[in-house]
Design a protein around this ligand. Structure first.
Ligand code: DX5
Ligand code: ZN
Length: 222
């Protein structure tokens, strides 16, 4: 099996020192950027100007996780800011098929995220058009929340759907997890089939970020 991708979430970084915080996670292949609008989730984080300012300071793959109601008016600005992938929620986007199509047309990879209450069935008609699926293992909006083990069967089912998709047409869908990821929960989610790990507090709460990233990689089940 492919190695896991660790995607540190900058939401847990020191916002007064974002450039050095970004440099501290240079061993991670992906960077996870949580954009929040205060409506889809009860919190406001940062937006496209911040992503744009960070872009020249990292070679990593930028995944912008849009926790916003109706992402459509913002997609171009997110792509222009330098996102390699745009992850939109299954919830809050009325015409998800069109939204994903627009993301592709903008030259980005297309990701979808599912809140804990959303069933896997919401994915059945879009499996062929997404590059990654992000299973939320907390209710989105804040870092540092407790992992929800009840989401494990869902991860397992989505990993199976992704394997079926690959067998059918060769299209690869990366299954990721976001919320409460630490070395202990990494063992559970990777055993269930997750291959991409978003981690905020587990990386930035650790003084040695490279060691924290290593610890997550090392905790992954093959
Ligand atoms: C939560 C965000 C997450 C968050 C994860 O709404 O989508 O990406 O930063 O934080 P931790 O890893 O601390 O649970
Ligand atoms: Zn996120």
């Amino acid at each position: 099996t492919a190695p896991v991708i660790v995607a540190p979430s900058l939401l847990a970084a020191d916002f007064a020192n974002l450039q050095s915080e970004l440099a501290s996670i240079e061993t991670a292949p992906w960077v996870h950027l949580d954009v929040m609008d205060g409506r889809f989730v009860p919190n406001i984080s940062f937006g496209m100007p911040v992503i744009k300012a960070l872009r020249p300071h990292s070679k990593a793959f930028f995944d912008a996780h849009l926790m916003v109601e109706d992402a459509d008016p913002h997609l171009k600005a997110v792509a222009d800011a330098g996102a390699d992938q745009i992850t939109v929620h299954v919830e809050g986007n009325w015409h998800l098929n069109r939204t994903l199509q627009v993301i592709k047309e903008l030259g980005c990879r297309a990701g979808v995220a599912l809140c804990p209450a959303t069933p896997v069935e919401a994915l059945s008609e879009i499996m062929g058009m997404v590059d990654s699926i992000l299973v939320m293992t907390v209710n989105p909006g804040f870092g540092g929340q407790k992992f929800m083990p009840a989401q494990l069967p869902k991860i397992r089912r989505i990993a199976r759907m992704a394997a079926q998709q690959k067998a059918a047409d060769g299209h690869e869908v990366i299954v990721g997890v976001d919320g409460g990821v630490n070395p202990a929960t990494t063992a559970l989610v990777t055993d269930a089939g997750a291959r991409m790990l978003v981690a905020g507090s587990a990386v930035f709460g650790h003084p040695d970020r490279a060691a924290a990233i290593n610890a997550l990689e090392g905790a992954a089940m093959p």
